[in-house]
Each structure stands twice: as C-alpha cells, then as structure tokens.
Design a protein around this ligand. Structure first.
Ligand SMILES: Nc1ncnc2c1ncn2[C@@H]1O[C@H](COP(=O)(O)OP(=O)(O)OP(=O)(O)O)[C@@H](O)[C@H]1O
Length: 289
C-alpha cells in the first residue's frame, strides 16, 4: 500500500503565514497523497482556513513552498502563480464554508457554468457559438452530457431545471461539489463540507467523496469539524493547533494521539489522562441524571 509520502500530489514545505504580529501558520509541512482523502483538522483558530487559502491562491504565504504535481508529471509552485492559474492549469478546485452556488440559475446551469472556460475556447470566444460551428456544438453537447452524468451521480437529475436556491441544504452542498468536479480537478479542496448537514445528508456526502476518490481518482483535501465524519472517511489526517502541526497519520493514529486529545480538551499533554477520566465521569453523571 502506498502512503502519502510515497506518492504526494501536494507537498507543503515550511509554510508560514503571518498577519502583522500574528503567526497564523508556523513552519508547516505535510503531504497530500494522490488517491487519498486527507483531512486538515484542529480547534477553532488553528490555521486550517489560512492553509487552504494559501493552497488555493487566495493568500500568498509569508514563507514556504507548496508544490502541486499533476498526474502528467507537470509541477506547479502554487505560492508563485495567480489563483485562476491554480484552478485552470494546476487543476486545484475548491468549495467554501458558505455555499456559493448561483441561486437564481438552474441546477443544470450551475454545472454548465463550471465548464464555461472550455466552451468559450471551443467557440472561439462566442463567435463560433453564434454561427454554430461544429467544435462549439460538440463541446456544448459534451458539457451537457457531463453535467447530466453528475446530476445522476448526486441524485438531482429530477431537479435539473429548478433554481439551485430551491434545493435543500444537503443537496446544495453536493451540487457545489459536483460543480467543482466539472472543472476536472486533480485535487479537490473542501472547506467544511459536512457543516450543517443531518446524519443522512452526511452519509450521502461520504458516499460522494468515496466515489470521487475511487472513480474519478481525484485527491480530496478537506477541513472539517465533524470528527466522526473525518475519522470515517479519511485515509490521512493532519492536525494543527495554534498554526503548528501537532499530529500527522492515519485516523487511528491521530485519534489516539495524546497531543491531539490534549488540544481538543484544551489541556497540556501531561494532563490528558486526568482530563479524559474527568470527561468520562462527566458523561456517566450526565447519563444517570
Ligand atoms: N485575513 C486575516 N487577517 C488577520 N488575521 C487572520 C486573517 N485570517 C485569519 N486570521 C487569524 O489567523 C488565525 C487562524 O485563523 P483560521 O481562520 O485560519 O483558523 P481555522 O483553523 O480555520 O479556524 P475555524 O475552525 O474557526 O474556521 C486566527 O487567529 C485568525 O484570527
């Protein structure tokens, strides 16, 4: 079995991000394995979103290197290129904490617009579209086919013509992921994909992420606060606290790591056993009262 170190798609080296005097991310290094679901976790304010923003080009890091290695061997230093090139050439797609669909457009149109760049190119920037040239028609048909396939995969084909804003929250989340997938990413970055979902919607999301890893062979990097979801689906978990990496391994390793338990309980490492015992007593008392 390969691990994230053997075949990384993304390598983060000595990443540091300062905002004035505040060090949000401090000398962070980790790998994201090709074909893995990797979770970036940590308490509030640990620096997770800042890392995401550096990987996807929203922030330029103060120091460090972020290398994306595509399947075809091409390498991109993400800290050096603008965000549209990160999406377009390095093939990194992302979603945000808050859903950013085009609510007034239909469900299908949301998936079509994700393929806009290719359509524009194939239509020679609309001129070919007006005259109906063959390459544009072919490209348009391919876009509709791809959008339809995704709607079938996320069980929204019956809602194709409804405005995206009319969908239930969990469906909107999956549509947003499908829209990101329509840009053909090799790395998909998801910012709290399970936030606000009920257990049924979370289970549908888990199925979708597994299929993206296994069928599309797209690596997934996610930030998530829902620990049971993280531990269930992740091949690899990286834990941050106060901008510093405190643990890095598979889900079993990380959830039993005393440094992680200490960070989440808000105590020092050497106080973990006492805090855990107190937490268990508290749970029992809660159950009997
Ligand atoms: N643009 C910014 N300007 C100044 N400080 C910032 C900026 N972005 C983030 N920070 C600070 O950097 C630190 C890390 O924030 P970040 O949002 O990355 O954490 P997080 O782990 O994603 O937190 P949460 O789980 O609450 O979303 C925090 O102290 C935050 O206030």
């Amino acid at each position: 079995m390969t691990t994230w170190q053997d075949n990384p798609i993304l390598t983060v080296e000595h990443l540091t991000m300062r905002f004035g005097g505040l060090v949000a991310v401090d000398d962070l290094s980790f790998e994201v394995g090709r074909g893995d679901i990797t979770a970036l976790i940590g308490p509030n304010g640990a620096g997770k979103t800042t890392v995401f923003n550096c990987v996807t080009g929203f922030y330029k890091p103060t120091e460090g290197r972020i290398t994306m290695k595509r399947e075809n061997g091409q390498e991109f230093l993400l800290e050096r290129i603008p965000d549209f090139e990160i999406a377009h050439h390095a093939r990194v797609a992302r979603t945000f904490q808050n859903i950013r669909l085009f609510g007034g457009m239909t469900v299908l149109e949301n998936l079509m617009i994700a393929q806009h760049n290719k359509l524009m190119k194939d239509s020679v920037f609309s001129i070919g579209g007006i005259f109906g040239i063959k390459s544009f028609r072919k490209s348009e048909n391919a876009s509709v086919k791809k959008a339809t396939e995704w709607l079938e995969r996320i069980n929204l084909i019956d809602r194709a013509d409804d405005p995206a804003a009319d969908l239930p929250y969990g469906d909107q989340r999956r549509l947003e992921i499908a829209r990101a997938m329509c840009t053909n990413p090799e790395l998909l970055c998801l910012d709290e994909p399970a936030a606000g979902l009920n257990p049924r919607e979370t289970s549908e999301l888990n199925g979708l992420l597994h299929s993206i890893r296994d069928i599309d062979k797209t690596a997934v990097l996610l930030i998530e606060h829902d620990m049971s979801m993280v531990m269930e689906i992740s091949d690899h978990v990286v834990v941050l606290d106060y901008g510093v990496k405190i643990s890095d391994g598979d889900a079993d390793f990380v959830q039993n790591d005393p440094r992680v338990i200490a960070a989440y309980l808000g105590v020092d490492d050497d106080e973990v056993e006492v805090a855990e015992a107190e937490a268990k007593v508290g749970q029992k008392e809660g159950a009997t009262s």
